[in-house]
Design a protein around this ligand. Structure first.
Ligand SMILES: Cc1cc2nc3c(=O)[nH]c(=O)nc-3n(C[C@H](O)[C@H](O)[C@H](O)COP(=O)(O)O)c2cc1C
Length: 131
């Protein structure tokens, strides 16, 4: 896809108003990792399922797609700086925000509007889209 089309697609996706989340887990060394994501969506109440999409180019793609547990932290209006921190290439994002470890070992960000500690149910690999 050329740069113009990519920009158009990004702008069109951006026209859909969403909340912002930070998705967290640990890497193989046990270090907390996380990234800002607005691709979160609820899927089902019973069974309790949710969905989030991660860019294949993410530095932590393997960690997130192979983890047993992860957390979704739904950011509040006051957490714009947190959203920026977890969207930038910063070495230790977790040193910049208050957080704690949840019952299932996932990093939970203080002051989030809501959080979900999740067990991985399924990893889906995407197909190419035409638009
Ligand atoms: C508002 C917003 C929403 C984003 N949503 C996603 C998303 O849903 N999935 C994703 O993979 N990246 C998303 N990103 C980009 C990642 O947060 C960003 O690429 C992050 O730095 C990835 O870091 P990493 O490569 O170190 O994992 C979003 C960024 C912003 C600012």
């Amino acid at each position: 896809m050329d740069a113009d089309k990519r920009r158009q697609l990004r702008d069109a996706f951006g026209a859909f108003m969403t909340g912002v989340t930070v998705v967290t887990t640990h890497d193989a060394q046990g270090q907390p990792i996380g990234f800002t994501a607005n691709s979160f969506s609820s899927v089902s109440l019973d069974p309790a399922l949710l969905l989030v999409s991660i860019d294949k180019r993410s530095a932590n793609f393997d960690n997130f797609t192979q983890c047993g547990h992860f957390a979704i932290n739904i950011l509040s209006e006051q957490q714009k700086e947190t959203s920026n921190i977890f969207a930038q290439k910063i070495a230790d994002r977790f040193s910049l925000v208050p957080w704690r470890t949840g019952e299932y070992g996932t990093p939970l960000l203080d002051d989030s509007s809501a959080w979900f500690e999740c067990s991985m149910h399924q990893v889906l690999m995407p197909v190419t889209m035409r638009f």
